[in-house]
Write a protein that binds this ligand. Structure first.
Ligand SMILES: C[S@@+](CC[C@H](N)C(=O)[O-])C[C@H]1O[C@@H](n2cnc3c(N)ncnc32)[C@H](O)[C@@H]1O
Ligand SMILES: [Zn+2]
Length: 286
Protein backbone atom coordinates (compact mmCIF):
# COMPACT_ATOMS: atom_id res chain seq x y z
CA UNK A 1 0.00 0.00 0.00
CA UNK A 2 1.19 3.50 -0.78
CA UNK A 3 1.72 5.74 2.22
CA UNK A 4 2.56 9.22 1.08
CA UNK A 5 4.06 11.88 3.32
CA UNK A 6 1.74 14.55 2.04
CA UNK A 7 -1.94 14.41 1.14
CA UNK A 8 -1.81 17.40 -1.15
CA UNK A 9 -3.56 16.37 -4.36
CA UNK A 10 -2.25 18.33 -7.26
CA UNK A 11 -4.08 18.81 -10.48
CA UNK A 12 -1.98 17.26 -13.25
CA UNK A 13 -2.89 20.23 -15.43
CA UNK A 14 -0.41 22.34 -13.45
CA UNK A 15 2.77 20.66 -14.63
CA UNK A 16 2.18 17.87 -17.10
CA UNK A 17 1.16 20.10 -20.02
CA UNK A 18 4.79 21.28 -20.15
CA UNK A 19 5.77 17.87 -21.42
CA UNK A 20 2.50 16.78 -23.04
CA UNK A 21 3.90 17.03 -26.57
CA UNK A 22 6.89 14.80 -25.94
CA UNK A 23 5.26 11.94 -24.02
CA UNK A 24 4.77 8.54 -25.62
CA UNK A 25 2.99 5.38 -24.55
CA UNK A 26 5.50 2.91 -23.05
CA UNK A 27 3.46 0.05 -24.54
CA UNK A 28 2.67 1.03 -28.13
CA UNK A 29 4.83 4.21 -28.52
CA UNK A 30 1.89 6.35 -29.67
CA UNK A 31 1.08 9.84 -28.36
CA UNK A 32 -0.44 10.23 -24.90
CA UNK A 33 -3.33 12.53 -24.10
CA UNK A 34 -3.62 14.28 -20.74
CA UNK A 35 -7.06 14.37 -19.14
CA UNK A 36 -8.38 15.53 -15.77
CA UNK A 37 -7.23 12.67 -13.50
CA UNK A 38 -5.71 10.26 -15.99
CA UNK A 39 -3.45 10.12 -18.97
CA UNK A 40 -4.61 8.04 -21.94
CA UNK A 41 -2.85 6.61 -24.98
CA UNK A 42 -4.57 7.78 -28.17
CA UNK A 43 -3.74 4.49 -29.93
CA UNK A 44 -4.02 1.51 -27.55
CA UNK A 45 -6.34 3.34 -25.14
CA UNK A 46 -4.28 2.34 -22.13
CA UNK A 47 -4.81 4.70 -19.20
CA UNK A 48 -2.14 5.82 -16.77
CA UNK A 49 -3.40 6.82 -13.33
CA UNK A 50 -2.26 9.97 -11.58
CA UNK A 51 -1.78 9.86 -7.80
CA UNK A 52 -0.88 13.02 -5.87
CA UNK A 53 0.07 14.69 -9.13
CA UNK A 54 2.36 11.80 -10.14
CA UNK A 55 1.53 9.96 -13.37
CA UNK A 56 2.30 6.23 -13.28
CA UNK A 57 4.03 5.34 -16.56
CA UNK A 58 6.14 2.47 -15.22
CA UNK A 59 5.99 -0.60 -17.41
CA UNK A 60 7.77 -3.37 -15.50
CA UNK A 61 9.43 -6.37 -17.13
CA UNK A 62 12.63 -7.59 -18.72
CA UNK A 63 13.86 -8.55 -22.21
CA UNK A 64 10.62 -10.28 -23.28
CA UNK A 65 8.82 -6.93 -22.84
CA UNK A 66 10.91 -5.48 -25.70
CA UNK A 67 10.77 -8.56 -27.93
CA UNK A 68 14.02 -10.31 -26.96
CA UNK A 69 14.56 -13.65 -25.31
CA UNK A 70 14.20 -13.53 -21.57
CA UNK A 71 17.33 -14.45 -19.63
CA UNK A 72 17.24 -16.59 -16.52
CA UNK A 73 18.34 -13.84 -14.15
CA UNK A 74 16.52 -10.54 -14.60
CA UNK A 75 16.12 -7.27 -12.68
CA UNK A 76 12.38 -7.84 -12.19
CA UNK A 77 12.68 -8.59 -8.44
CA UNK A 78 14.79 -5.41 -8.07
CA UNK A 79 12.09 -3.39 -9.80
CA UNK A 80 9.84 -4.20 -6.82
CA UNK A 81 12.31 -3.16 -4.10
CA UNK A 82 11.17 0.38 -3.34
CA UNK A 83 7.49 0.35 -4.15
CA UNK A 84 6.74 1.10 -0.47
CA UNK A 85 7.63 4.53 0.87
CA UNK A 86 9.13 2.97 4.03
CA UNK A 87 11.65 0.94 1.98
CA UNK A 88 12.51 4.03 -0.04
CA UNK A 89 12.99 6.00 3.16
CA UNK A 90 15.38 3.34 4.56
CA UNK A 91 17.41 3.43 1.35
CA UNK A 92 17.69 7.22 1.31
CA UNK A 93 18.43 7.59 5.01
CA UNK A 94 21.33 5.14 4.65
CA UNK A 95 22.99 7.66 2.36
CA UNK A 96 22.67 10.33 5.06
CA UNK A 97 23.65 8.13 7.99
CA UNK A 98 26.82 6.30 6.95
CA UNK A 99 30.09 8.18 6.49
CA UNK A 100 31.26 6.10 3.50
CA UNK A 101 27.98 6.70 1.69
CA UNK A 102 28.14 10.43 2.46
CA UNK A 103 31.68 10.55 1.08
CA UNK A 104 30.59 8.66 -2.01
CA UNK A 105 27.74 11.13 -2.59
CA UNK A 106 30.23 14.00 -2.23
CA UNK A 107 32.47 12.46 -4.88
CA UNK A 108 29.45 11.82 -7.13
CA UNK A 109 28.48 15.49 -6.81
CA UNK A 110 32.01 16.44 -7.89
CA UNK A 111 31.88 14.12 -10.90
CA UNK A 112 28.46 15.40 -11.96
CA UNK A 113 29.59 18.99 -11.57
CA UNK A 114 32.70 18.29 -13.63
CA UNK A 115 30.78 16.57 -16.44
CA UNK A 116 27.76 18.91 -16.49
CA UNK A 117 29.91 22.05 -16.47
CA UNK A 118 31.26 20.98 -19.87
CA UNK A 119 27.75 21.05 -21.37
CA UNK A 120 25.39 23.83 -22.37
CA UNK A 121 22.59 24.65 -19.92
CA UNK A 122 19.64 22.30 -20.58
CA UNK A 123 16.00 23.15 -21.08
CA UNK A 124 15.01 19.64 -19.95
CA UNK A 125 16.85 16.97 -17.99
CA UNK A 126 15.62 13.51 -16.97
CA UNK A 127 16.97 11.97 -13.75
CA UNK A 128 16.18 8.25 -14.24
CA UNK A 129 16.21 6.51 -11.86
CA UNK A 130 16.00 9.40 -9.43
CA UNK A 131 15.49 7.27 -6.31
CA UNK A 132 14.54 9.70 -3.54
CA UNK A 133 16.26 12.63 -5.29
CA UNK A 134 19.74 12.02 -3.81
CA UNK A 135 21.44 13.78 -6.74
CA UNK A 136 18.78 16.38 -7.56
CA UNK A 137 20.55 19.28 -5.87
CA UNK A 138 23.55 18.77 -8.09
CA UNK A 139 21.50 18.36 -11.29
CA UNK A 140 19.00 21.18 -10.76
CA UNK A 141 21.28 24.18 -11.53
CA UNK A 142 22.06 22.77 -14.97
CA UNK A 143 18.49 22.66 -16.28
CA UNK A 144 15.26 24.69 -16.47
CA UNK A 145 13.08 21.62 -15.91
CA UNK A 146 14.14 18.49 -14.02
CA UNK A 147 12.01 15.41 -14.68
CA UNK A 148 12.36 12.94 -11.83
CA UNK A 149 11.44 9.35 -12.68
CA UNK A 150 11.86 5.95 -11.06
CA UNK A 151 10.15 2.61 -11.47
CA UNK A 152 9.25 2.62 -7.77
CA UNK A 153 6.37 4.74 -6.59
CA UNK A 154 7.76 4.62 -3.03
CA UNK A 155 10.93 6.40 -4.16
CA UNK A 156 8.95 9.02 -6.08
CA UNK A 157 6.60 9.83 -3.20
CA UNK A 158 9.48 9.91 -0.73
CA UNK A 159 11.53 12.17 -3.01
CA UNK A 160 8.63 14.47 -3.80
CA UNK A 161 7.98 15.02 -0.08
CA UNK A 162 11.59 15.32 1.05
CA UNK A 163 13.78 16.66 -1.72
CA UNK A 164 13.69 20.39 -2.42
CA UNK A 165 15.39 22.39 -5.17
CA UNK A 166 14.50 25.79 -6.67
CA UNK A 167 14.24 24.34 -10.20
CA UNK A 168 10.86 23.36 -11.63
CA UNK A 169 10.29 19.59 -11.38
CA UNK A 170 7.90 16.93 -12.61
CA UNK A 171 7.76 13.54 -10.89
CA UNK A 172 6.60 10.29 -12.50
CA UNK A 173 7.06 6.56 -12.35
CA UNK A 174 8.74 5.10 -15.42
CA UNK A 175 10.96 2.20 -16.43
CA UNK A 176 14.32 2.98 -17.99
CA UNK A 177 13.63 0.07 -20.38
CA UNK A 178 10.47 1.79 -21.68
CA UNK A 179 11.01 5.51 -21.25
CA UNK A 180 7.68 7.31 -21.87
CA UNK A 181 9.25 10.02 -24.04
CA UNK A 182 9.67 10.39 -27.78
CA UNK A 183 13.01 10.08 -29.61
CA UNK A 184 15.49 12.93 -28.98
CA UNK A 185 12.90 14.78 -26.90
CA UNK A 186 14.87 15.52 -23.69
CA UNK A 187 18.13 17.48 -23.70
CA UNK A 188 19.96 15.32 -21.18
CA UNK A 189 19.45 12.11 -19.22
CA UNK A 190 21.31 11.17 -16.05
CA UNK A 191 21.15 7.51 -15.03
CA UNK A 192 23.10 6.77 -11.86
CA UNK A 193 23.42 3.44 -10.04
CA UNK A 194 21.00 1.41 -12.11
CA UNK A 195 23.19 -0.39 -14.66
CA UNK A 196 25.05 -2.46 -12.05
CA UNK A 197 21.72 -3.76 -10.68
CA UNK A 198 20.85 -5.32 -14.04
CA UNK A 199 21.91 -8.98 -14.08
CA UNK A 200 21.09 -9.66 -17.75
CA UNK A 201 23.52 -8.30 -20.39
CA UNK A 202 20.49 -7.63 -22.62
CA UNK A 203 19.08 -5.36 -19.90
CA UNK A 204 22.32 -3.36 -19.63
CA UNK A 205 22.41 -2.88 -23.39
CA UNK A 206 18.72 -1.98 -23.55
CA UNK A 207 19.20 0.60 -20.81
CA UNK A 208 21.87 2.48 -22.72
CA UNK A 209 19.98 2.21 -26.04
CA UNK A 210 16.82 3.67 -24.45
CA UNK A 211 18.74 6.53 -22.81
CA UNK A 212 20.35 7.37 -26.16
CA UNK A 213 17.04 7.09 -28.00
CA UNK A 214 15.41 9.75 -25.81
CA UNK A 215 18.37 12.11 -25.19
CA UNK A 216 18.92 14.95 -27.63
CA UNK A 217 22.29 16.25 -26.38
CA UNK A 218 23.94 13.90 -23.88
CA UNK A 219 23.63 11.02 -21.44
CA UNK A 220 25.50 10.42 -18.19
CA UNK A 221 25.28 6.79 -17.09
CA UNK A 222 27.15 5.08 -14.29
CA UNK A 223 28.29 1.48 -14.75
CA UNK A 224 30.49 -1.00 -12.91
CA UNK A 225 33.73 -1.38 -14.84
CA UNK A 226 34.75 -4.98 -15.57
CA UNK A 227 38.45 -3.98 -15.54
CA UNK A 228 38.28 -1.89 -12.37
CA UNK A 229 40.68 -2.72 -9.57
CA UNK A 230 37.76 -3.72 -7.37
CA UNK A 231 36.31 -6.14 -9.90
CA UNK A 232 39.71 -7.60 -10.76
CA UNK A 233 40.25 -8.40 -7.08
CA UNK A 234 36.81 -9.90 -6.88
CA UNK A 235 37.41 -12.08 -9.92
CA UNK A 236 40.71 -13.29 -8.47
CA UNK A 237 39.23 -14.09 -5.08
CA UNK A 238 36.24 -15.83 -6.61
CA UNK A 239 38.68 -18.49 -7.89
CA UNK A 240 39.21 -19.42 -4.25
CA UNK A 241 35.64 -19.21 -2.99
CA UNK A 242 32.59 -18.71 -5.14
CA UNK A 243 31.36 -15.15 -5.33
CA UNK A 244 28.52 -14.00 -7.54
CA UNK A 245 29.99 -11.98 -10.44
CA UNK A 246 29.12 -8.27 -10.51
CA UNK A 247 26.95 -6.87 -13.30
CA UNK A 248 29.72 -5.15 -15.20
CA UNK A 249 30.41 -3.54 -18.55
CA UNK A 250 33.72 -2.61 -20.18
CA UNK A 251 34.49 0.91 -21.37
CA UNK A 252 34.80 -0.53 -24.86
CA UNK A 253 31.29 -2.05 -24.68
CA UNK A 254 29.82 1.25 -23.54
CA UNK A 255 31.64 3.12 -26.33
CA UNK A 256 30.45 0.59 -28.93
CA UNK A 257 26.79 0.71 -27.87
CA UNK A 258 27.04 4.51 -27.83
CA UNK A 259 28.49 4.57 -31.35
CA UNK A 260 25.76 2.27 -32.71
CA UNK A 261 23.10 4.57 -31.21
CA UNK A 262 24.35 7.91 -32.47
CA UNK A 263 26.53 8.82 -29.51
CA UNK A 264 30.17 9.23 -28.64
CA UNK A 265 31.74 8.35 -25.30
CA UNK A 266 33.71 11.50 -24.47
CA UNK A 267 34.64 10.95 -20.80
CA UNK A 268 34.52 8.07 -18.36
CA UNK A 269 35.95 9.05 -14.95
CA UNK A 270 35.90 6.55 -12.11
CA UNK A 271 34.27 7.21 -8.77
CA UNK A 272 37.45 6.04 -6.99
CA UNK A 273 40.46 4.20 -8.38
CA UNK A 274 40.67 1.63 -5.60
CA UNK A 275 37.58 1.77 -3.43
CA UNK A 276 34.93 1.64 -6.17
CA UNK A 277 34.40 0.03 -9.56
CA UNK A 278 31.86 2.62 -10.71
CA UNK A 279 32.50 4.92 -13.64
CA UNK A 280 30.44 7.80 -14.95
CA UNK A 281 30.17 7.65 -18.75
CA UNK A 282 29.46 10.93 -20.51
CA UNK A 283 28.06 10.23 -23.97
CA UNK A 284 27.34 13.08 -26.37
CA UNK A 285 24.80 12.66 -29.15
CA UNK A 286 26.14 13.49 -32.59
C1 LIG B 1 20.46 2.32 -6.30
S1 LIG B 1 19.03 3.26 -6.70
C2 LIG B 1 19.76 4.75 -7.40
C3 LIG B 1 18.85 5.93 -7.34
C4 LIG B 1 19.53 7.27 -7.66
N1 LIG B 1 19.96 7.35 -9.04
C5 LIG B 1 20.71 7.48 -6.74
O1 LIG B 1 21.84 7.46 -7.23
O2 LIG B 1 20.48 7.64 -5.54
C6 LIG B 1 18.38 2.43 -8.08
C7 LIG B 1 16.94 2.81 -8.40
O3 LIG B 1 16.57 2.21 -9.61
C8 LIG B 1 15.18 1.97 -9.58
N2 LIG B 1 14.90 1.01 -10.68
C9 LIG B 1 15.09 -0.32 -10.69
N3 LIG B 1 14.82 -0.81 -11.92
C10 LIG B 1 14.45 0.24 -12.69
C11 LIG B 1 14.03 0.40 -14.04
N4 LIG B 1 13.97 -0.66 -14.88
N5 LIG B 1 13.72 1.62 -14.48
C12 LIG B 1 13.77 2.71 -13.65
N6 LIG B 1 14.15 2.61 -12.36
C13 LIG B 1 14.50 1.41 -11.89
C14 LIG B 1 14.94 1.50 -8.18
O4 LIG B 1 13.60 1.66 -7.79
C15 LIG B 1 15.90 2.40 -7.39
O5 LIG B 1 15.24 3.54 -6.92
ZN1 LIG C 1 -0.46 2.89 -26.31
Amino acid sequence: MIKAETNKTKNPDEDLPFIADILQCPFCLARIQIQEQTVRCVHCNKTYPIYQGVPFFARTGSADSWGQTREQLTSEPYQQNYQEVQDARDYNLKYQKYLLKRLSTKREYQLLNQLLSRQEHCATMLDLPCGGGRLSQQLAPFTDLLIEADIAVGQILFGKANSHVPTRRIWMTASAFHIPFQNSSIDAIVCIRLCHHLPAPAERERLLCELLRVARKFVIMSFFDYYSFKNTLRRMSSCLRYKKPKNTMTIRQVAEIARKNGGELVACPSLAIIGSGHRYALIEKK
